[in-house]
Design a protein around this ligand. Structure first.
Ligand code: TNX
Length: 488
């Protein structure tokens, strides 16, 4: 139980083992259909390596010995929406939670307690033992996110699903998709079709573009949802909009569409905030994406609007905030939006620190994404073959040794919804590139979002991370073998 990431709130082992055997089944409490799906997910994760048939069966009350039991009956309300309690004896493995999401996160713990070979997609010899003992665990923050920039470079549905799986393994529960920027528009919008077909046709460096059809996007949302991950779609505005401006001349103040852009400068584009058609456009886009997104959040970007006058910016963001609310969603924006009048339901994502206090003064909440700690596109060091360095180098240690509650003056624990690690893709072209930058820093960010701050230390964490190396290897994750981690 010593090697779990994120570190559980309470865990003790008592020296014996539970043996998963070919005769084991996964019993689930029948009252909630969601639990059967969770049981099937576990069976699916265990079957390839063990080769065990692992049936998912209903059971009211504890099943016979030698089995796994998933239940929300008796799960204590104090565990909250995402907490769980795992009791492992020689005879039984019982996972209980107050809510189904807690069971799902508990399953990730079960997987990490099994030998690393459990992650193989081919039959392995076993034995499949778990240490006996007890874990009581729940997250520190409700928002534990990853962001993927699919605008600078486009990534396939399969890539996004793999990133979802890797995030879920570390109990992360938000996938923020950066769906538009100067270089590309990546979601089909039926009322404005050129956005995707023209605006999505290229990527940074003239690399191939691409976009998600609405069916693709729905497939991603459903896949994430089955893993208790909420998708947060972002369309960046009023800046970072060259791809949209290039697709529709009428969105430009001068009525002339610019060329598509494949460089990596920021701050040169702006929607025409004085034109009514701009708000019709925004309303159409938000209406369509809101209808496809079951989660409560729509991200409107709002960062680096250097080509928009401050007064225009304010008026624009406040109006867009109303549009988001009119479609029944909460607005999320990069920290820059805190200079406008925010509703208490709105959320500012703080990347540079200083603006977050302005959001809190308006009773809005904050997500911490401090660039110098959480930006996974920053190089590990000078030798790193990809990535940027404007926010500094971020070693595995730097990404782990900080605390969200002390990032911004005047912002305290209760103002913070959680943490998120953005991955901007100017320099990243493949899934292997994504994995190289995210791993092994992402597990550290996940732990910062989940585990209590007290008791966290780099000296102890690096040993747990080292043990994750075999798991990442078995999952064929292309991770950076940071020399400061004693990989096994
Ligand atoms: C800043 S910080 C950006 C992005 C870039 C990123 C590169 C912020 C909200 N915006 O447009 O991709 O730096 O690291």
């Amino acid at each position: 139980m010593q090697n779990l990431i994120p570190k559980p709130v309470e865990a003790y082992s008592d020296g014996s083992v539970f043996n998963l055997s070919p005769a084991s089944s996964i019993y689930v409490e029948p009252s909630m259909p969601e639990l059967t799906a969770t049981g099937q997910y576990l069976a699916g994760r265990l079957q390839p390596a063990t080769g065990f048939p692992l049936k998912v069966l209903p059971s009211v009350g504890a099943p016979p010995e030698g089995n796994i039991y998933l239940t929300t009956t008796g799960g204590h309300p104090a565990l909250g929406d995402e907490g769980y309690e795992l009791t492992i004896t020689q005879d039984a493995l019982t996972l209980s939670a107050f809510k189904p999401a807690g069971l799902f996160w508990g399953l990730q713990t079960i997987l990490q307690l099994l030998p690393a070979a459990i992650e193989a997609d081919t039959l392995q010899p076993g034995p499949w033992t778990l240490p006996t003992g007890k874990i009581r665990d729940y997250p520190r923050f409700a928002w534990r996110g990853v962001m993927l920039d699919v605008a600078r470079h486009f990534f396939s549905v399969a890539d996004v699903k793999r990133y979802i799986d890797l995030a879920a393994f570390y109990k992360l529960n938000r996938l923020h998709l950066h769906l538009s920027d100067d270089q590309g528009w990546r979601l089909e919008i039926k009322s404005w079709p050129n956005l995707a077909t023209h605006g999505g046709s290229k990527a940074v460096n003239n690399d191939p573009g691409g976009y998600y059809t609405q069916a693709d996007y729905s497939e991603i949302v459903a896949y994430a949802r089955e893993r208790y991950i909420n998708v947060v779609p972002e369309f960046d505005m009023p800046g970072h909009t060259n791809a949209a401006l290039a697709s529709y001349p009428e969105l430009n103040c001068d009525g002339v569409a610019p060329a598509l852009y494949t460089g990596i400068e920021v701050g040169f584009s702006s929607l025409c905030t004085a034109k009514e058609i701009t708000y019709r456009f925004v309303n159409d886009v938000i209406r369509e994406v809101a209808a496809l997104t079951p989660g409560p959040y729509i991200h409107i970007g709002g960062d680096e609007a250097a080509a928009t006058q401050p007064a225009d910016y304010r008026q624009f963001v406040e109006r867009v905030q109303e549009i988001v609310e009119s479609h029944g969603k909460q607005m999320v924006g990069w920290g820059d939006v805190a200079s406008t009048r925010l509703l208490p339901s709105s959320i500012a994502q703080s990347w540079s620190g200083d603006v977050a206090a302005k959001a809190i003064a308006q009773d809005a909440k904050v997500i911490i994404s401090t660039a110098s700690k959480t930006y996974l596109d920053m190089k590990y060091n000078d030798a790193c073959p990809m990535g940027l360095k404007w926010a500094g180098f971020i070693s595995v240690e730097v990404a782990y040794t900080w605390d969200p509650a002390t990032q911004v003056t005047g912002v305290s624990e209760s103002d913070i919804l959680g943490v998120e690690a953005p991955l901007w893709s100017e320099t990243l072209r493949t899934m292997r590139d994504i994995e190289y930058m995210a791993f092994p820093r992402l597990p550290g960010i996940a732990e910062i979002g989940w585990s209590p701050a007290a008791g966290r230390s780099w000296d102890e964490y690096r040993l747990r991370l080292a043990a994750q190396g075999q798991r990442m290897e078995t999952m064929s994750v292309n991770f950076y073998r940071a020399p400061e981690v004693p990989w096994k």
